[in-house]
Design a protein around this ligand. Structure first.
Ligand code: SF4
Length: 201
């Protein structure tokens, strides 16, 4: 029985959104965090459609030419992308020429990050905050697994291919605290940092 992916949705023809080229976003269910402003909370609770690697490949290969001509590929998000490592290990051989990117909070077992570093070409890490209290208040979880995995990633993967997102989170951190997080991830090895503000409706 091949590994299945809990597919929530597919968005095609994204241009230069998460790296070079044309990408297709593949969103999957499940996340270890409970962020207060999660824009995907409703989506995460919907019943996903399980797909095998071959079934997903059949859905997304329509853009094969775009991917190869532009250096694009698939971005796996959700949800927490690194919850589905068995699936990616079976999916990767189907599309060796595509770039695969994972959107992750890194609040996953280290083993998942080690496996992911062998499969993905790039990562987008939403670290939220490097302040343990802010992180706990905003996500409901402990910061340490995510931070330890970020350190591991910088030591074992090209930092140029890791974008770290550091948000200003209304009511949870200040501009100064956001900057402290930026400084901290830089000190850990980040060279690509996306500091921005969450828009809360
Ligand atoms: S990490 Fe992302 S998907 Fe998970 S709860 Fe937070 S915002 Fe939602």
């Amino acid at each position: 029985m091949p590994a299945e992916y809990p597919l929530l949705g597919i968005v095609r023809h994204r241009m230069e959104v998460d790296g070079a080229g044309v990408t297709t976003l593949v969103a999957g269910a499940g996340c270890p965090l409970r962020c207060r402003y999660c824009i995907n909370r409703d989506v995460l609770q919907k019943a996903p459609k399980p797909v095998t690697p071959a079934q997903l490949y059949a859905r997304v290969k329509i853009d094969d030419l775009y991917f190869r001509a532009t250096g694009g590929g698939i971005t796996f998000g959700g949800g927490e992308a690194l919850l589905h490592m068995d699936f990616y290990e079976a999916f990767r051989p189907l599309c060796p020429d595509w770039k695969l990117c994972a959107e992750t909070c890194l609040h996953v077992p280290k083993e998942a990050v080690v496996r992911a570093a062998k499969i993905f070409d790039s990562f987008i890490v939403d670290i939220k905050s490097t302040d343990p209290e802010i992180y706990k208040r905003y996500t409901g979880a402990d910061l340490s697994p995510a931070l330890e995995n970020l350190v591991w990633l910088f030591q074992h993967f090209d930092p140029e291919k890791v974008t770290v997102r550091v948000p200003l989170i209304p009511d949870f951190n200040t501009v100064e605290q956001q900057q402290e997080s930026v400084n901290k991830v830089k000190a850990l090895g980040a060279v690509r940092i996306d500091a921005f503000q969450y828009l809360v409706r």
